[in-house]
Design a protein around this ligand. Structure first.
Ligand code: ZN
Length: 305
């Protein structure tokens, strides 16, 4: 399989300490490492004096204290949220209460498509369904603060409400969980959607920013090249799925065993949903067929076999 991408597994910031990552942006990592969160979720502080916080983080008192300590003596005027997973947004009410800042995001959590009969939001435990922004942002909206301005860039796929934020007049974008340097992104229906995710990669491929500050792990420095690598990576995975289906109709569990060699066992379930995300996309494009709606237990075959 062509793997035209290298993931950066180095990251050594200790939890609770604020560190400048690019001029004018500080980051603080929450103490929530794991197979989905790498070394922990990153909260960012943009500006100096009158600042914005991007992704307050999980509802963890120590992390909330660390973020508030990092901005002691400053005024937090804005809070931006990239998406409503429980490791990114639940600290928002506490930080808003402590600072009086206004909260900006795309909107509340929602699935990427209507739920199928009998289907639960898979990542219900992962979702912050209580989150509501003070101001809902649309694609291209610009929010200005003291010495900075952020452009909202809708990037659905990881979640339906995922939003990246580009720092106007700079080369830097907060990429949330849409593009991360340490790993591919989880795209798991019904909260995520592969068709949306690939379109969002295509959208970023056309933008000029070259430094991405993700929700987990280190900064990405050659972003256009990296996004091209991620796109190729997904196309290669899709080719593997089609190759396996070329040998005959089969189910998702069999495909996961065939194409995810050496997978961390804790990620087997997520890999299954990632393949389901590809199946939804392939069925919508008329490449693959299944009986009824695509589902995690369905049997899939090439549509043009
Ligand atoms: Zn996420």
């Amino acid at each position: 399989m062509a793997e035209d991408i290298t993931f950066d597994k180095t990251f050594d910031l200790e939890p609770g300490r604020a560190e400048e990552v690019v001029p004018g942006v500080r980051r603080i990592v929450a103490n929530n490492p794991g197979p989905f969160t790498f070394k922990g979720t990153l909260s960012y502080v943009l500006g100096k004096g009158k600042v914005a916080i991007v992704d307050p983080g999980p509802d963890d008192p120590e992390h909330i204290k660390a973020v508030l300590d990092a901005v002691r003596g400053e005024t937090v005027t804005h809070i931006f949220v990239t998406h409503t997973h429980r490791d990114h947004s639940p600290a928002t009410p506490a930080i808003k209460a402590a600072t009086g800042a206004t909260v900006y995001a795309e909107g509340p959590h929602r699935p990427s498509r209507p739920l199928n009969e009998g289907e639960a939001p898979r990542m219900e435990a992962s979702n912050d369904i209580d989150f509501r922004p003070d101001h809902a942002l649309a694609d291209g909206d610009v929010v200005s603060g003291d010495g900075w301005a952020l452009e909202a860039v809708t990037t659905p796929g990881h979640t339906a409400n995922h939003m990246a934020f580009a720092i106007k007049g700079s080369d830097v974008m907060f990429s949330g969980d849409h593009v991360m340097g340490w790993s591919t992104t989880i795209v798991a229906p019904p909260d995520g959607a592969m068709t949306d995710y690939m379109a969002s990669l295509g959208k970023l491929a056309k933008r000029k920013e070259q430094v991405y500050l993700p929700g987990h792990g280190g900064a990405i420095r050659e972003a256009t090249r990296f996004v091209a690598g991620l796109t190729l990576h997904r196309k290669a995975r899709e080719a593997s799925i089609l190759h396996r289906l070329g040998k005959g109709a089969t189910d998702i569990a069999t495909i996961v065993r065939a194409i995810y060699i050496g997978l961390d066992p804790r990620l087997t379930n997520a890999a299954g949903f990632s393949v389901l995300a590809h199946m939804e996309d392939l069925v919508a494009r008329g490449e693959v067929a299944t009986d009824g709606l695509p589902s995690i237990n369905g049997v899939y075959r090439l549509a043009r076999a």
